[in-house]
Design a protein around this ligand. Structure first.
Ligand code: RAM
Length: 345
């Protein structure tokens, strides 16, 4: 009888242990966590917005450590990101928050960072093979971006015709995954009338993107739409079509910032596009990193925590990257002439 009691106590403890891991962790304010917010490069609005969200969380949590917003130039993005990752490690920073523009090339530097005690949290754009990354803060489900882009193409083109993709840089993990997801979505017979005829890269630089958009029109005389899954590319493409008086013939869509797209949406050059909040993405990434840095979470699947005003999030397996983990933010907003002005303010 005695034995039984002991074993049922043990059972209780085991059960309680299981329940305890499902507990929602809440941040303890006033910790000291030195953090680096490392975007693909400096100088564009979405990354500044993400930094604003991170700064908001930094102040709210009373972190007595530092928040450093630093990044390479667009021309030197791959080498620059790897260098900053390495420097942050040797400086003993606690967490690097990375929007990866270097594909798997940054994995060795991220692994070295982790080995030296610097955690790596990716946001916006993950490390494709997941190596060296604690967790990825995903803005929305990557598969759903493919479907949203396929749907926008279908509706803007009236169900038929040729379109092309104007992407960011060839190593951008996020854009590459979204294009692959769109190609997957396009296999559905409902998209049989629309055809993806080309994919080009504007390197997330305005001038390069502008010229690539014009080149696409030249090389595909029947082109009806440029789909650009980058805030830089979509704006440059819309401007190029507008400047050349081509908006009646070639429409533009993709992922853009309302503030940068409003005029093109109202004049019909870019009737529909989508995005999420970069401020919220920066805020959630900061919370995730602070929770990791203070040891409140470890980055294991199933851990749940409260991210301030945004509510509760749980670490899960990343369905797009076997063996890697994500935290899913959302939601996605599709903008058109009815809602773009309100959001652009
Ligand atoms: C650009 C960047 C960023 C991407 C957006 C949609 O700003 O490439 O990584 O998330 O576009």
């Amino acid at each position: 009888m005695k034995l039984l009691t002991v074993s049922s106590l043990a059972l209780c403890a085991a059960l309680f242990g299981t329940l305890a891991t499902a507990e929602t962790m809440v941040a303890e304010k006033g910790g000291t966590v030195n953090m680096v917010l490392l975007p693909k490069f400096l100088g564009i609005l979405p990354f500044d917005q993400a930094n604003r969200g991170a700064e908001e969380a930094h102040a709210e949590l009373g972190n007595t450590g530092t928040l450093l917003f630093t990044g390479p130039t667009p021309e030197n993005s791959v080498a620059g990101q790897i260098e900053i990752m390495t420097t942050s490690t040797s400086q003993g920073q606690n967490v690097v928050m990375l929007s990866n523009n270097a594909g798997d090339q940054i994995a060795p530097a991220a692994e070295a960072a982790q080995a030296a005690g610097t955690k790596v949290v990716t946001w916006d754009s993950p490390i494709p093979n997941g190596t060296g990354e604690t967790v990825f803060v995903a803005q929305v489900d990557f598969g759903s971006i493919g479907v949203v882009m396929a749907d926008m193409a279908l509706s803007i083109m009236g169900g038929e015709g040729e379109f092309a993709v104007l992407s960011a840089t060839p190593d951008a993990a996020n854009q590459n995954a979204w294009i692959a997801a769109m190609e997957e979505a396009l296999k559905d017979p409902k998209y049989a009338g629309i055809k993806l005829v080309d994919t080009v890269y504007g390197d997330d630089q305005s001038e390069v993107s502008y010229n690539r958009a014009l080149a696409l029109v030249d090389s595909h005389p029947n082109l009806k739409l440029i789909m650009s899954p980058t805030t830089v590319g979509i704006q440059a493409s819309a401007k190029a079509m507008q400047d050349e008086g081509l908006c009646d013939k070639v429409k533009v869509s993709g992922l853009g910032l309302p503030a940068e797209m409003v005029s093109y949406t109202l004049n019909g050059c870019a009737p529909e596009f989508a995005l999420w909040s970069f401020v919220d993405l920066g805020y959630l990434t900061y919370y995730t990193s602070y929770m990791l840095g203070t040891g409140k979470i470890t980055g294991a699947v199933g851990e749940t925590f409260t991210a301030g005003r945004m509510g509760d999030y749980t670490i899960e397996e990343d369905p797009g990257r076997p063996g890697a983990k994500r935290i899913l933010m959302g939601p996605f907003t599709v903008y058109n002439k009815d809602n773009v002005e309100a959001e652009a303010k």
